[in-house]
Each structure stands twice: as structure tokens, then as C-alpha cells.
Design a protein around this ligand. Sequence first.
Ligand code: FAD
Length: 288
Amino acid sequence: MKISAIFKEKKRTLSLEVFPPKTDSVYEKVEASVNEIAELKPDFMSVTYGAAGSTRKHTTAIASNIEKKGVTALAHLTCVNASEESIRTQVEDLAKAGIKNILALRGDLPEGVESTGDWIYKHASELIPVIKKYGDFCIGGACYPEKHPEAANLKTDIDNIRRKVDAGCEFLTTQMFFDNNIFYNYLYRLREAGVSVPVVAGIMPVTNAKQMERIIKLSQAFIPRRYIALLDKFSEEPAALKQAAIAYATDQIIDLLANDIGHIHIYTMNKPDVAAKIQENLSEIFKS
Ligand code: FAD
């Protein structure tokens, strides 16, 4: 099913992100976790695309597997270092596998990898028409409540988001954020700029301190003092930290829903127990 149709049908949705295996040797292990997450029957599941296409066949296989489990899949696709031919092949493979939704992304050039002459589509907004040329998909894109790290300022970044929507992006999923006020401000500015597509709030339950260090480095997300205190207090107690992170994410989601933000996406890090616990915490809320 197309995600645009799901959003038309349901005011509240809970979707879950998984990542595919980097190597063949761990395929079965990752597949088992993904299957467990699919058993939770979220509204849809997204499958990431490894840096510069390094997981292309596994992204397709995992997304196809999710569809076979009766859950709508959203396959990510990046254009960094990709030729039109390689994008066409991936898009056609996804269509053959029954995938109806693609998250169109630019991606990042991995450290130490040179740009090839093939890299002709410089932004996600340029990838969208290529996807449309080779298949009938509902296309989503990424957005950044704290601005994309390369953008000079939020206004420029939002102007570029509008370009993405004008190119055919039907919904946006946010980078993770830990302070809902940042999201509310951002949404207001998106709407002021004429961006009216659904915006899915991306929530990351950070269940270990190392993961948080990495996140701060990569996304430059603002971490509220309340979260820092929790990480400090429970960093040596993994089970306690996990429980506290799940509670924090649940609290964030309830606040979003209470403020009429209906579409929530959880970055599960392939952890079925974390996804299941958050879903359980919200079971009555998502019934209505
Ligand atoms: P773009 O929309 O192209 O924007 C990138 C930068 O270029 C921004 O600063 C923007 O303001 C600027 N820009 C955009 N259009 C123009 C223009 N026309 N002219 C000038 N400047 C412009 N990475 C992966 O490798 N695999 C994944 O599966 C993956 N999934 C993700 C899912 C989500 C929800 C998010 C938020 C990110 C994901 N990423 C993934 C990371 C993403 O690839 C990086 O953040 C990347 O740096 C930007 O991708 P984008 O699609 O947002 O790029």
C-alpha cells in the first residue's frame, strides 16, 4: 500500500525503522530481528540504504520480506555517487519486489571514498524525478528540525525542503530530535513556508551511552539536560538505561500526540524489545 493512502486513512500512525545487514554473514540474524519487529504490525516499516548503496540488495530483500509479512515497506534510496543506470536498476528491483514506497535521499559520501564522475544527482530533489521516471511510487524525503548540518541557516534549508516537495515528495520524516519544542517550531516554519505535506516525527530511544555520543557527533542534535542526567546516572546500568530511554521516548511521543502530531516513526536500531515496549506503552492511545 502507498504510505500516502495510509496517511489519508489514519490520523495516527506508528512506523518503525530497521537497517539491513552490512554483510551476507549476518543476514539471517538481522532478518530474524526484522521479522520480530514486523510481528508488531506497525503501520509501515522503513529499511535504510547503507552508505552510498553498500546494502542495495539487502535493502530490497529485507523490504520485500516485510511486505511478505503483511506490513507496508518503505525502502530508502540515496543518489550519492550513483549513476542514472544504478538508480534505474534499484528502482526496478524494488518495483519487482512489490515495494510501493521510497524514501529519496542524497546520502553522504563515506569517509575515504572518492566521488565518482557518476554522481550526477546532487540533491534528493534531483533524485525524485528519476524515481518517478522508472516507477510508480509514493516518495518521501528527509527533513531536519535543527537544520541539515551543511545548510547555512534554517531558512535556506527549509527553502530546499520546499524544492523537494515541489519535485514530488509526498511526506517528510524528521531527523531524530530530543526536545519536542524544536520540532513544534520547525513545523510552524515549514507550514509558514508553504510546505503542507505530512511530517512524520522521528524518535530515537537511545538505549546506551556510546550510541548517544555517536548521535551527537553525526546529527548534532540538541540533548536536553534531562536526557543528559539520565545518561549520566544510568550509564553503568544497561538495563536501567534502556528502561529510562524507553520512558523518555514514550513521554516524547505522548506529548507529540497530545499536540496533534499524528505520525510517529521510531528508529528501532533493530531492537524488537525496545519497539515492542514503546508500542505497548502507547497501546490505548493508538487504539483511538
Ligand atoms: P538533501 O535534501 O539533498 O539536502 C542535503 C543538503 O543540501 C541540505 O543542507 C540542503 O539544504 C541542501 N540542498 C538541498 N537541495 C538543494 C539545492 N537544490 N541547492 C542547494 N542546496 C540544496 N543516509 C543514508 O545513507 N541511508 C539512509 O537510509 C538514510 N536514511 C535517512 C532517513 C532519515 C529520516 C534522515 C533524516 C536521514 C537519513 N539519511 C540516510 C542521512 C541523509 O542521507 C543525510 O542526512 C544527507 O546528508 C542528506 O540527505 P537528504 O536527502 O536530506 O539531502
